[in-house]
Design a protein around this ligand. Sequence first.
Ligand SMILES: [Zn+2]
Length: 507
Amino acid sequence: MLKFLCKIGLLVLALAVGAVWLVVLRLKDVPAPLLVAYGLLLAGSAAGLLWPGMLGPLSTRRRVLVFLGVPAGLSTLGLYLAVVYYIADLPVLLALAAATCLAWAAATFLRGRQAAGDRGAPQTRRAFLTAGAGLVLGAASGLSAGQVERHRREVLARSERQAAVRATGARRPILDDAVRVFPLHAGDTIVTYGQFYGGLDGWEGLNGYLRTLVDKAQIAVPVYAYLIDHPRHGLMLVDTGVNWEQAHDHDGYYNHNQMVSRLLTQRDEYRLTPEQDLRVRLARLGYDAKEITTVFLTHVHDDHAGGLRHLPQATVVLDRRDWEHGTIYPYSFDLVRNNLSFPAFGSGAFGPFPAAQDHFGDGSVILVPTSGHSPGHMCVLLRVDGGNVLFTGDTLYTLPHLAIDQVRQMTIGGADTARQLEAARRIQTLLASDADTVPLFAHDNTRYQSDLVASAFAQGAPGEAGLRRLRAHMETVLTPGWRLRPGHTPRFVAPTSGAPVGRVEFR
Ligand SMILES: [Zn+2]
């Protein structure tokens, strides 16, 4: 009886491990039918190993191993090679194979020595053959390492990118007393529709997180950073977008970060054209990345921190709680980790926010803590001529997200969700109480960003009239009670055949 229960326990454990593995493979876009067949094979193999007799009186543990275990093992390795890992890991896999061969050879050799006389000879021969194979594999591992490194360098040094980075700015910076803000479209990210818009449709908490891992209803959303050209405080950025490695050498980027994200993210998670490179975006406006003195980082997530690679001289201002408890991507932060500055949030309350930091002490930049999306998320309020702009970071992804009782992004835990909602409501209160403040979002994929923000900030300084136009548009989308008006509710539209991702329709 106890033995039976133990076997059931082992089976459950094996199936759980298998299920996790299948989720990982699904993340890497292995087709579902293949996964089902593979899952059955894994389940059959586990059950067969535990109950060797169940396939008929003739089957033995060994036979099950041969008929189910070996194919399952080999197909796992095959899928692993083909899908999860690719050329960059070849040296590692070859080295592992070499080590296995050498260990096997040593074991065989020792057994051969123990066996007396003639019976030991074939084993010794086999040991030498296996050791030879191990040495060949080891040499191949060493040789392929250089090859792989060259391949990666080629990917990162694409000529069209180099050309874009070298091209000089298309215009000269304007020198007057106006505070200027330029939205920088610094890449796109592929997300599940539910993670982005489905926070009220069964995408809550852990369940939502698991769904983002397997759901393939995906959309591409823009990643925005914002350049601030300030007459007194110089050139500053709010967030920094995605870097080239993230988009074009995704697995390599995550290798630098030594985290499981590599397994749990899609390889085409980010898109970045040469023109969207942060340095190129700045150059097209007549600026140079080297001139940026301060970066306000709303939070440490990689789609906001990637561009820090180009800003080793900048002071990076972020909430200490995000640095200590957030998900840090070391490669993004490598060059700036000695330039971090943590606001004390000691300037007293600011409107509906109980704490704030007046960054320069002159009211020009106010930082407000808005934890929820991440442990130390913050929003940035900038005084401009004619009003204020509020950089929401990821507290609200888009304009329709202001209707938080109808449209909500996903947060993971209960406390996070509560804090996120609290922060979102404070933003609502601030906007309601101050008609001269306009929100600027990090991922808005609506007309608000593509038409209205783009034209209002085309020259950087929207002025009172420009800000008023943005607020007027907001009123056509949202009621005073923060509900969406008809025609503005997001809906997922499945991709047409051939398109990699779906799109969002508003109706
Ligand atoms: Zn983001």
